[in-house]
Design a protein around this ligand. Structure first.
Ligand code: S3P
Length: 420
């Protein structure tokens, strides 16, 4: 297979969610350039409207304007669709607001754990009423909060961000310590808006005192998680070269590139620059023969969303690749751990899951043939979509539409860079 051309991934999903939420609470008008326009971020925009903000498209068609307001009680359920980031981060913000809201989501989101956020928010003083056990739907009534020092059992940027938002908008001190450092977009964004955040090791804290940002203007970098599919594709190709432009390279997100380099991948980083406090660059990717590696638990948070595509890379590499400490994959948009293993097995690979470790016996010369069930999980369908393009593969995907959760048009971009 030959891969040739130049692509620009869509705007970063994590940063777009944060931009929409912070703009909806800011004083006055904000402009967000190059945001991700996909199902997940549309869910966030819809909720911001229900809470009182005005969200409209800019005339250039490439950005949105948000008119922030003091939030008011929503008259209807806040529907988060498939998006865990929407649900958990909005819960943090609502904890600081003295009214009641009900949150719900699709089938996948309703089974995802919310107590990791609602337990510490309850300790801060928010009133939570569960209707779905450790999941959605639930109602939250915020108001006067207490300070918290929280030791999170999971490394999760969603938990950390929810508590920081609750503290900032509720005016109380918060400190969150994680087992490993998770992505730091919230910290960078809040600093960009003038908030004071302290970071020491894996602890992030803010002092008491209410914070309300002024309207702002921001450009969203390209999403490294979306770029990863194309980096994988060009690496697994036999010939050609792919340029992937405008990729966010925040070190707390760039674990994928570090692991790929260890495996023998050839990615050169060009034109490094800074966009609104986030490092960004263009990538030039060439095909390479890859060898197995061990992905350690400490690096998992920096590549958590890239494990499906890394597992595909591992399958086409020589040797056994181990992913250690990846139990969190069980509670993503699907049970990714189970589905990576069952689908790769069905395609003829030797795969084992032992506790929280996934081991993939790779074989660069094996032609994967069979049917893949993606459980409507966007990252699984895109990862196996990449594998389907590699030499000798004949793979039928159970669906393709879930790619629209984070990367509308993914399959036509894929088609466009693979030469017949
Ligand atoms: C995200 C954090 C990660 C990631 C998710 C987006 C964020 O989840 O998997 O896709 O924007 O904060 P966790 O915080 O649960 O690890």
């Amino acid at each position: 297979m030959r891969v040739e051309g130049m692509i620009t991934p869509p705007g970063d999903k994590s940063i777009t969610h944060r931009a929409l939420m912070l703009a909806a609470l800011a004083r006055g008008s904000s402009m967000i350039h190059d945001p991700l326009g996909a199902a997940d971020t549309r869910a966030t925009a819809g909720i911001m409207r229900r809470l009182g903000a005005a969200v409209s498209r800019l005339r250039d068609g490439k950005g949105v304007r948000v008119l922030g307001r003091r939030w008011r009680a929503p008259s209807e359920t806040l529907y988060c669709g498939n998006s865990g980031t929407t649900a958990r981060l909005v819960l943090g913000m609502l904890a600081a607001h003295p009214f009641t809201s009900r949150l719900n989501g699709d089938r996948s989101l309703r089974r995802r754990p919310m107590r990791r956020v609602t337990d510490p928010l309850s300790k801060m003083g928010a009133q939570i009423d569960e209707q779905g056990g450790d999941g959605l739907p639930l109602t939250i009534r915020g108001g006067r909060l207490r300070r918290i020092r929280y030791q999170s059992p999971v490394a999760s940027a969603q938990v950390k961000s929810a508590l920081l938002f609750a503290g900032l908008f509720g005016g109380v001190g918060v400190s969150v310590t994680e087992p490993h450092r998770s992505r730091d977009h919230t910290e960078r964004f809040l600093r960009y808006l003038g908030a004071r955040i302290r970071v020491s090791g894996t602890t992030v804290s803010i002092a008491a005192g209410e914070f309300r940002p002024e309207g702002f203007e921001i450009t969203i970098p390209g999403d490294p998680s979306s770029a990863a599919f194309f980096v994988a594709l060009a690496t697994l190709a036999d010939k050609g070269e792919l340029i992937v432009r405008n990729v966010g390279l925040n070190p707390t997100r760039a674990g994928f590139l570090r692991v790929l380099e260890r495996m023998g991948g050839k990615v050169s980083i060009e034109n490094p620059r800074d966009v609104a406090g986030e490092p960004v660059a263009d990538l030039v990717v060439r095909p390479s023969r890859l060898r197995a590696t061990v992905v350690h638990a400490a690096e998992v948070p920096s590549l958590i969303d890239e494990i499906p595509v890394l597992a595909i890379i591992a399958a086409r590499s020589a040797g056994v690749t181990e992913f250690r400490g990846v139990g969190e994959l069980r509670v993503k948009e699907s049970d990714r751990l189970g589905l990576i293993a069952s689908n790769l097995t069905r395609l003829g690979y030797d795969v084992a899951v032992l506790d929280d470790t996934l081991a993939v016996q790779g074989d660069p010369d094996h032609a994967p043939i069979g049917r893949v069930a993606t459980a409507s999980d966007h990252r699984l369908v895109m990862a196996f979509g990449v594998l389907a393009k590699t030499a000798g593969a004949r793979i039928a995907l159970s669906e393709r539409s879930s790619a629209g959760v984070s990367y509308p048009g993914f399959f036509s971009v894929l088609q466009g860079v693979v030469c017949p």
